[in-house]
Design a binder for this molecule. Structure first.
Ligand SMILES: O=C(O)CCC(=O)C(=O)O
Ligand SMILES: [Fe+2]
Length: 335
């Protein structure tokens, strides 16, 4: 399980060799080498809360179309992007997320990053609604982004089924059903790190763990993502546009009763030579889903650590904190 950072400044003790410790999961092993794959998946999630995913099967064309649409949006002057911000184009879905364009402000409590972003819902009808304020060709944008979300969601569901199987959970599709639910609160976040050429202590995206079940991230070939290992070492993740990176989130920590630990990570400010863009699918249940440790994860050695709560309750709570705030502690049965 990953521990909190000893300091959250940018002083990094990251060594290039540490990147060699990042586990790699080859999804093409799912048939030929299934048992070894399940073991590796569980070990990586337990030990690092993080792994690289190769041979994921998402077609390059599907990735490129989404990436090009997003890059075209970010290339516009700021004044032309602001109409896509939630203040100007709110999409009211009774949801807690403010979808659309954001710049610099991360969350609602003063966290600032050298970043601009698009937060997109995973429901096609909502993307179509938002697309009118994002693109001159809304149907092209919606089509590219919906295809990308669908493809990433399929991979996320397959991974979740494999992880449940590897953990010995009798209902293998317990997690993927949450993502496939029409009310799932899953979302796509596209972060654009503009070039910030002067070296400084500023961050692109501050230290945090993702609150959802897990996040599945892909970026272009510019470095920026750093993960915190349990020995307090910040490791720079070498960018690989052909691969995905999976980060365990807080809800997975609860479902597994602490066996998987959510990953602390951050992104550095982008010193170039080109802008960096990451696209991350966050796998989430619906807002009213009850979250609690699964019975298979509770043993005499590891009694139930967390009380039950809904995703809505957790999300509302973390929105009241800063990015790096300690989140799950308040949900422990014995804090
Ligand atoms: O863009 C990245 O590399 C990381 C972003 C991130 O952690 C997030 O969007 O939650
Ligand atoms: Fe994150």
């Amino acid at each position: 399980m990953v521990v909190a950072s000893p300091n959250s400044s940018l002083t990094t003790n990251s060594k290039p060799s540490a990147a060699a410790r990042i586990p790699t999961i080859d999804l093409s092993d799912r048939t030929s080498n299934r048992q070894a794959l399940l073991k590796l998946l569980v070990e990586a999630s337990e030990k690092y809360g993080f792994f690289k995913l190769i041979n994921h099967g998402i077609p390059q064309d599907c990735i490129s179309r989404a990436e090009e649409e997003a890059m075209a949006f970010f290339a516009k002057p700021t004044a032309e992007k602001l109409p896509a911000s939630p203040e100007i184009s709110p999409i009211d879905v009774g949801n807690t997320t403010r979808f659309g364009y954001g710049i610099n402000n991360i969350g609602r409590h003063g966290d600032i990053g050298e970043i601009e972003y698009l937060l997109l819902p995973s429901q096609p009808s909502l993307i179509s609604q938002l697309a009118f304020s994002i693109s001159q060709n809304p149907s092209k944008f919606s089509c590219a982004l919906n295809d990308y979300i669908q493809a990433t969601k399929n991979v996320a569901c397959e991974l979740l089924d494999l992880m449940a199987e590897g953990l010995g959970i009798s209902d293998n599709s317990i997690f993927s059903r949450m993502i496939l639910d029409a009310q799932s609160d899953s979302l796509l976040r596209i972060n654009h790190y503009f070039i910030h050429p002067t070296p400084s202590n500023k961050l692109g995206f501050g230290e945090h763990s993702d609150p959802q079940i897990f996040a599945i991230l892909r970026s272009n070939d510019i470095a920026g993502l750093q993960i915190l290992l349990d020995d307090g070492l910040w490791v720079t993740v070498p960018p690989d546009p052909t691969a995905y990176y999976v980060m365990i989130g807080d809800l997975f920590q609860v479902f597994t009763n602490g066996r998987f630990g959510s990953l602390k990570h951050r992104a550095t400010a982008n010193i170039g030579p080109r802008s960096r863009m990451s696209m991350t699918f966050f796998a989430s249940p619906s807002l009213d889903t009850w979250i609690s440790p699964l019975p298979e994860m509770i043993t005499s050695d590891q009694p139930c650590v967390y009380r039950s709560f809904t995703w809505r309750e957790y999300k509302t709570y973390i929105y009241s904190l800063t990015l790096a705030g300690s989140r799950l502690d308040s949900f422990k049965i014995r804090p």
